[in-house]
Design a binder for this molecule. Sequence first.
Ligand code: ATP
Ligand code: MG
Ligand code: MG
Ligand code: MG
Length: 568
Amino acid sequence: MRASQFFLSTLKEAPADADIVSQKLMLRAGFIRKVAAGVYTWMPMGLKSLRKVENIVREEMNRAGAIELSMPVVQPAGLWQETGRWDKMGDELLRFKDRHERDFVIQPTSEEVVTDIARSELKSYRALPKNFYQIQTKFRDERRPRFGVMRGREFTMKDAYSFDRDAEAAGRSYDNMFAAYCKIFDRLGLSYRAVAADTGAIGGDRSHEFQVIADTGEDAIVYCPDSDYAANIELAEAVAPAGTRPAATAPLTKVHTPAVKTIAELVDFLKVDIKQTVKAVVVEGEEGEAVLMLVRGDHELNEIKAEKVAGVKKPLSFASPTLIREAFGAQPGSLGPVGFKGRVIADRTVAAMADFVIGANEDDQHYTGANFGRDCAEPEVADLRNVVAGDASPDGKGVLAIQRGIEVGHVFYLGTKYSEAMGATFLDEDGKPRFFEMGCYGIGVTRILGAAIEQNHDDKGIIWPDSIAPFTVVLCPVGYDRNEGVKAAADQLYADLAAAGVDVVLDDRGERPGAMFADWELIGVPHRVTIGDRGLKDGKVEYQHRRDAAATAVAVGDALGYVLARLG
Ligand code: ATP
Ligand code: MG
Ligand code: MG
Ligand code: MG
């Protein structure tokens, strides 16, 4: 590709509403452009990376024996009524009526349609096992879309659905997908952890999330550094053995605050016995939600308790008592000031929340206060979650640690939940109808790009793993438009790399070197060759990996081999 025939659109500054580094860099590097909240255009540069992710996912799914199909984005309500999800799913399910007043949904996932296909297509046990997948647009009307493509409303998911004769065979399909996911995330060059996840109404132990490790992750995962135990924090309490933590205080019920103005009122309101059990209260959250952390006992890490209040799905943050004290200026052993932490609260939101804010940190020009979830759409009964850092690992092999993660994939054993609801059966060997044993397997294809950037960037921009870089190699000729020797050398290397099957871009725009380098460093192309008049006089070009501190001179004749040897 020649840059002049492609489309580059880089920005010096990220738009003001971008919160995290991946979102800022994707916007600045011209990968995405925002159209509405949680809805983005994939610009040509971004689409190149997106297609590479899709292709890796597709290759490994095919290799694992899954079969690609494509189900409609728009789906009739009838199927969703059969499973009851039409009623259960709430506002996240986008619904609309067509011109005949018939109800439809935009698929957030496709269990209903794929089960409908199975019941009409997979008649006999001989047709099993089958695993159908698609890489398709999803829409979820997320209460708070944010972080760019990380939590979009419209996004691309790879969703797969397995159909088996019995639970044992379904287990094999599950293991097969688990292994395929490991290959996919390895090839994507991500640092990740597979963690046990909540199985909700289905029960059992067959649900794992693939979490990319990153401080900006919305999930908190516990793991044991000394063994392979790992779980989403949602599950940690359920699986950790009894007696490894203090007894839970009474669950908080929904929080609709009156104007709480003092800590005493807060304590009263929350109905926690603060003198007995709590030495610091930190309230943390963003618009419409709050997270409480009750630090108990003598400030041991394993005695932090995170309590969730209305509308909060997950604790947003965990911190040691020391960090909490530092952040909020509390004295050890005292009740710390109630603090509001987090960059999301801009002046305008603070002002809008005035009624719901208490406390102020005198040492800090930064405002601190507490948000009690004024606009909670779902005032649900909150559950208690214990933070279990320092607790014994359930496998008895050490103690637990906590880190943040981004959920990029999820494998889930469904059993007969959907097949029973939809009457989806096949004829087994004995001639009797049986319900399909199912599994579902999702990958957040678009979210992966954000997660990869969270893990791979520096102050100049993105640093793509080779496998998903929009271009693998960029050639930067200095004076391409005016120096015949430079042009000839660049054209030759470009032709050679392209012939070797390398995804190479030649920057023929005639930009000044500074501007040219800045663009490609921001975009994050991992390998760069600079071709300049001065080097060519010595018969040299310069190679630099995006992570290298300096360039290496390479003889013109060796350049092709040198670059090829460096590709991942
Ligand atoms: P989350 O907990 O982040 O809301 P989820 O558990 O609701 O995700 P699943 O139903 O398991 O998501 O969907 C499979 C995958 O789709 C997730 O693992 C995630 O990578 C991706 N995904 C889910 N919601 C979004 C979203 N709003 N934007 C981008 N990707 C998403
Ligand atoms: Mg979700
Ligand atoms: Mg989840
Ligand atoms: Mg999930």
